[in-house]
Design a protein around this ligand. Structure first.
Ligand SMILES: C[S@@+](CC[C@H](N)C(=O)[O-])C[C@H]1O[C@@H](n2cnc3c(N)ncnc32)[C@H](O)[C@@H]1O
Length: 277
């Protein structure tokens, strides 16, 4: 019978520090079962007899692809198309109409999905724009999506989703219009795929030089960071947001008590943030 590997307390402590050092994600002790679950296949495929042997190797080697694999396996990638619905309605009904009006002279718009996971979030924005803002066809529209994980970015760039993923949040008419069925999967159309530029950016490390953005989606990633990281990330976001731009966070996230430069704005059932005037 196949032995189940499990992670001991010291090894889990080392793994938590590794994940924190590289991604700033805080893993809690009650999540140690995840380490058992995700590190076993990594240990096996790298030829280690136990998770402890894998950890011993990581401890003695310079940072490499096995370290990245371990970190990426333990960071949550949960996402879906049009996640939480309301932020996308606010984008469609209020935010984009306002910005399209304001930018009608320069005809350029920059949108950034930071921490985009497997791509459902930026593709949702791309489909929403294609569907409701034909005026932007002739604009300089930059829709950038980033994540620190090369694994999730590889899948995002493919734009290919299984039946379960396609059923989560994507309206049927969007599926039929913007996806093509390939065996058991759904491939997003080239015209949507090409609207999104994917880049590898670690939010807690040095960023490449970026233009200021009109809309930033930074959703469902702050929750994994400690207060000091949240504050320093919001400070950087502030510098990358145009003065009249909008920041969208996840439902369980806020700038309140973290950065007083932001004002909370409500559009119907959606909350977003603007820089104080
Ligand atoms: C729960 S997903 C959220 C995806 C999407 N924004 C959404 O709301 O559906 C969190 C994402 O944050 C990414 N992430 C975690 N730490 C990060 C960091 N330091 N820099 C960039 N991305 C990070 C993870 O790889 C993961 O894809």
């Amino acid at each position: 019978m196949k032995q189940t590997m499990s992670v001991n307390t010291n090894d889990f402590e080392f793994i938590c520090q590794l994940v924190y050092k590289y991604s700033a994600v805080v893993l809690h002790a009650e999540k140690s079962y995840l380490a058992d679950l995700y590190l076993q296949p990594i240990a096996e495929s790298a030829g280690f007899a136990s998770i402890s042997d894998l950890v011993g190797y990581l401890q003695t080697q310079p940072f490499g692809s096995l370290h990245s694999q371990v970190i990426e396996s333990l960071v949550t990638n949960e996402t879906s198309f049009f996640r939480d619905y309301h932020p996308f309605e606010a984008l469609k009904k209020f935010v984009l109409p306002e910005l399209v009006g304001k930018r009608s002279i320069e005809r350029s718009l920059n949108i950034w999905c930071a921490a985009c996971s497997h791509g459902q979030e930026p593709y949702s924005i791309a489909m929403l724009i294609k569907e409701h803002f034909p005026v932007l066809d002739n604009w300089s529209l930059k829709l950038m999506a980033s994540d620190f994980s090369s694994k999730v970015l590889a899948k995002a760039r493919e734009g290919c989703y299984n039946q379960l993923e396609i059923q989560r949040g994507l309206p049927k008419n969007f599926r039929d219009r913007y996806f093509q069925k390939l065996d058991h999967n759904w491939q997003i159309q080239q015209e949507i795929l090409q609207m999104v530029e994917f880049r590898q950016i670690n939010l807690v490390q040095c960023w490449p030089s970026l233009p200021k953005h009109d809309v930033i989606f930074l959703r469902n990633v702050l929750i994994y960071f400690d207060t000091a990281t949240k504050k320093s990330l919001l400070k950087k976001i502030k510098q990358n947001l145009n003065p009249d731009g909008y920041l969208f966070l996840g439902n369980a996230e806020t700038t309140i008590h973290l950065d007083t430069a932001f004002t909370r704005v409500q559009f119907d059932k959606a909350i977003c943030y603007r820089l104080n005037k």
